[in-house]
Design a protein. Sequence first.
Length: 187
Amino acid sequence: MAIKIFIDQGHNPQGINAGAEGFGLREQDITYNVGMYLSNLLEEDSRFEVKTSRNSPNQVLGTSNSTSLAERVNAANNWPADYFISIHVNANTNPSINGSEVYVYQEYTQSYYMGEHVLNAVVAQVGTKDNGVRVRPSLYVLRKTNMPAILVELAYITNSSDAEKLRNNQYQFALGIYNGILSYFGF
């Protein structure tokens, strides 16, 4: 039986729940593209079944930040997915802050272990700095999902070196996440 993975491409294309911006890039465009690349990689692998939160680059989920997040979580819970992966890019007022990190609800859980595998593989694939797996129980998509969930912060859109990777290496970020998933399952 296929492992069901729900890919949440963080943020909406504009307006409600739109993402961070930097160096002419928009978070919601990057997360959409990386999510679709990841979806394609998983769909080509018969061990997985996949659904995405946004099925077109212009799709808007919800009418507010809270309903946008709820719509994503409800889609995963109602499917029901076996694992939830939310894709984001980070931002900071300090432009020297850079790197990749993964957020989870709690330490030493299946989410945490999957997060370690995914982070290690992204860093190896793209060459970002490893900022570790971090516990963030306040994040809605980690708190409200009924399955192991991770939130991947690919890199910092506000750092010039990371932004260049986010612009030019979107497929490699997806491949890193995919390789991390394979590593987590021991494939």
